[in-house]
Design a protein. Structure first.
Length: 126
């Protein structure tokens, strides 16, 4: 544990009960002045837990807070997104429609492409 712990009671934002910062030769603990003695003692114990665990050498704040509070963090769920089906280009969809039409009417697609008498019937069936 650190050699010196300096404690100050100051005005802190409403959602902050304590702040712990390392300083030369120890740590400084700032406690919220709006807290009563019971909650101030809880906040001080929370700050001491951070100091004892050596949390100032870590990066992940959520992990640190969960560990100090005794919570279990859920493991990240890695899901692979379903690949998006790419739509065929318009000319390819039109070619598919032409081949389907020719197959239904017993026509040769190449001759039909050259003749194209039933062009409107192919794309706009009745």
């Amino acid at each position: 544990m650190a050699d010196d712990i300096y404690v100050y009671i100051i005005d802190l934002p409403r959602h902050v009960d304590e702040i712990v910062t390392p300083c030369v030769g120890g740590f400084t603990v700032y406690l919220a002045s709006r807290l009563d003695e019971k909650h101030r003692l809880e906040a001080y114990r929370h700050a001491l837990k951070h100091i004892e665990d050596g949390d100032f050498d870590r990066d992940n704040v959520q992990y640190i807070e969960a560990k100090v509070r005794g919570l279990v963090l859920p493991q990240p769920v890695i899901t692979q997104a379903k690949p998006r089906r790419k739509r065929k280009p318009k000319w390819l969809r039109m070619m598919d429609a032409r081949y389907e039409y020719c197959e239904e009417h017993g026509l040769d697609p190449i001759e039909y492409a050259l003749d194209r008498r039933d062009f409107l019937a192919m794309y706009y069936p009745e």
